[in-house]
Design a protein around this ligand. Sequence first.
Ligand code: NIG
Ligand code: FE
Length: 406
Amino acid sequence: MPATQRFDSIWLGADVATLRQGQYGMIKDGAVAVAKGRIAWVGPRADLPASPGAARHDFGGGVITPGFIDCHTHLVFGGNRSLEFEQRLQGVSYADIAAAGGGILSTVNATRGAGEEELLATAEARLSMLMAEGVTCIEIKSGYGLTLDDEIKMLRVARRIGQKYPIQVRTTFLAAHALPPEYRGRADEYIDVVCERWIPEVAALGLADAVDGFCEHLAFSPAQIARVFAAARRAGLPVKLHAEQLSSLGGSALAARWQALSADHLEYATEDDARAMASSGTVAVLLPGACYMLRETQLPPVALFRRHGVPMALASDINPGTSPACSLRLMINMGCTLFRLTPEEALAGVTLNAARALGLGDTLGSLETGKLADFVHWPVKHPAELAYWLGGQMPVTVVYRGERRR
Ligand code: NIG
Ligand code: FE
């Protein structure tokens, strides 16, 4: 005779992919019970404890997964760069466009020129597409303002999104994204200002949950990024890094030395980088949208990450330059087809490992007792279908903290 427990709601009639330890962890004909916004019980429906008074939701088939987590986005930005895309298709490289003052800096101009309301409205349009496919937590970076006020404007928009929608938002301060034009030829001075004034200020305002940088020839050197990391540590903020996207500079090993939550992109990462990341528990965040849009032929060393036990996440990297990707599910497919992840690894990449990449592995990313009750019901027979279908919308039910919102 099953015991009695107090649940607020019970969700059943579907198979449950728990993603415990990053594996499907399938429970056939399972049930998820929620109390006070957290998972209070998960297991086979037949073992469900009695809970008089709990609201029962019967899905009548399908699969329940943890809510999807998009752990690397530049969701807030002004304008777009479709004309640069045309140039790139004609053979002009991303680096050449950046060197000519386009690229990130063209979005910096558009973002500086946009007011907070306009940035919010354009970000919301993109957000709605992600939320419609089961994203319940999103990271949003600054990095297109590059003045303290404009960076704060971007972070405020990100925080407002978290207040206005049920989705959980984590913000990342990315002032070390590109050298602003007013500091041309004075990169070290810019980094001084970012470290000495901006990071402490943004931290004091409570606007950032982490600090990020872009370690690349066309952005900042490992020595400059190390100074940014030191300032982040003084401000009590964890770090992440855009590393090894276009060349191998040792950014991911540097990130690992600073116990970074994640190193992201990683097309040019080496075995030494993988070893360093494994020993610091730094998550490899893979961004197939950017790799695809840049028609990059060098692929991130997934087999090395797997061999050395580096947790792998997948994210949209939604941004106007390299990844105008409004679908995390499409990234799951591309993670499999382009990067050779298994559908199971790809699903772990947008759930448990994405949570770890945001420092939220204890509260999100898998369906386990005590974690937040963010989950999605999918009209599929097996979770591999989430990797198989090439985009398109599915009629999903999204549950945030135990409340059905869609
Ligand atoms: O993650 N690599 C640097 N940052 C972005 C691209 C930014 C841009 O081109 O606007 C990325 O791909
Ligand atoms: Fe990025």
